[in-house]
Design a protein around this ligand. Structure first.
Ligand SMILES: [Mg+2]
Length: 349
């Protein structure tokens, strides 16, 4: 199957390179497998309905830092982030499974905190925790969550499907979770050096909340249904819009033109970016973990969304395949290079 003879570093492939390298050796044998590896979730056909299934891992020291991620928030966020991939298929999430690796560093009370966060998220998204696994871990807390959801075949939305001139829409605002993380890491450093100093998180409560207590946009899936909109393509924003644009464009065979002045950015994100001497628009494009939805719609559907402040049209699909252009406020235009989280690279964080 694999014919490599020399040692190859994983960093040479990157996360997406590794996925495509491994997945090409797996072909589907069952008719019920509608969609395998390569989208936000897999799709399995059950009678007249489709089931979306997705799994995510959260590893201490890689995805979260227990110095500033309270366990209850972490449990909530892990559920939200996993459910977000189900939403990305235009599916309504229904169940979740949780596998956990724990060390004896954790007390029963600590584990209860974590699961209380998960319970609250299950309440919020109306999903059932139906099983999982518990084991011991020697290297910190490890979580793996698998979410399932259902979608009618006619409403199923993939990354593939955007057509030239379709409008590119994003929900909520961008870059907040990333700037929230910068604030938390700064305050952690201050705390390590001056343990008696109280962290100053109040000024940035919104963006710190975006980092610590992410939400999946299950409400948007319901709203799209109410508005009778079926997006032509969709994914969730976990790695940053710049990176997600590439996925939508590559899957659909289109390019995208986006407009800097249209990017929805919260004032706190702007303030924090400026404080760190960073460009707010670049943060909005490259910051990860917003868990908003990025999708394309037909131009004739624009009237249905134009008065909803939760939806922002940030650009449109073009026939310049694989070209992603940012048109700046100053009237310049330049090509966007993806800077999403590349796991396995040496400077990965
Ligand atoms: Mg996703």
């Amino acid at each position: 199957m694999f014919e490599n003879t020399e040692r190859t570093e994983l960093s040479a492939l990157g996360e997406f390179g590794l996925i495509s390298h491994l997945s090409k050796h797996f072909t589907s044998k069952n008719e019920s497998t509608v969609l395998g590896i390569g989208d936000d979730a897999a799709i399995v056909k059950l009678g007249n309905e489709m089931m979306a299934i997705s799994t995510d891992s959260y590893i201490e020291g890689v995805h979260f830092d227990l110095m500033f991620h309270p366990l209850k928030h972490l449990g909530y966020k892990a559920v939200a982030a996993t459910v977000s991939d189900i939403c990305a298929m235009n599916a309504i999430p229904t169940q979740i499974l949780v596998a956990i690796g724990l060390s004896n560093r954790f007390s029963l009370e600590a584990v209860e905190e974590l699961y209380e966060g998960m319970r609250l998220a299950c309440e919020k998204y109306n999903i059932d925790l139906i099983g999982g696994d518990t084991s011991s871990s020697r290297s910190g807390l490890v979580l793996n969550l698998t979410a399932m959801g259902r979608v009618e075949e006619s409403k199923l939305t993939l990354r593939k499907g955007a057509q030239v001139n379709d409008l590119l829409v994003v929900t909520g605002d961008l870059g907040g979770a990333y700037m929230g993380l910068q604030i938390l890491e700064r305050e952690k450093k201050v705390f390590i050096e001056h343990p008696k100093m109280q962290p100053d998180l109040e000024t940035y409560d919104y963006i710190v909340g975006r980092q610590l207590k992410a939400e999946a946009r299950v409400d948007v899936i319901q709203l799209l249904d109410d508005l009778k909109i079926i997006p032509t393509s969709m994914m969730d924003v976990s790695d940053g819009v710049a990176s997600e644009l590439f996925h939508l464009g590559q899957a659909s065979g289109v390019g995208f033109d986006i407009y800097e002045e249209k990017l929805p950015i919260d004032p706190q994100t702007i303030d924090a970016a400026l404080e760190f001497d960073l460009n707010p628009s670049i943060m909005a494009l490259n910051g990860g973990e917003d868990y908003e939805l990025l999708f394309t719609i037909k131009q004739e559907d624009f009237d249905k969304i134009k008065n909803n402040p939760d939806f922002t049209v940030i650009g449109h699909a073009t026939d310049m395949v694989n070209i992603y252009r940012l048109n700046t406020k100053a009237g310049n235009s330049f090509e966007i290079k993806a800077q999403g989280w590349e796991h396995f690279s040496s400077d990965n964080k």
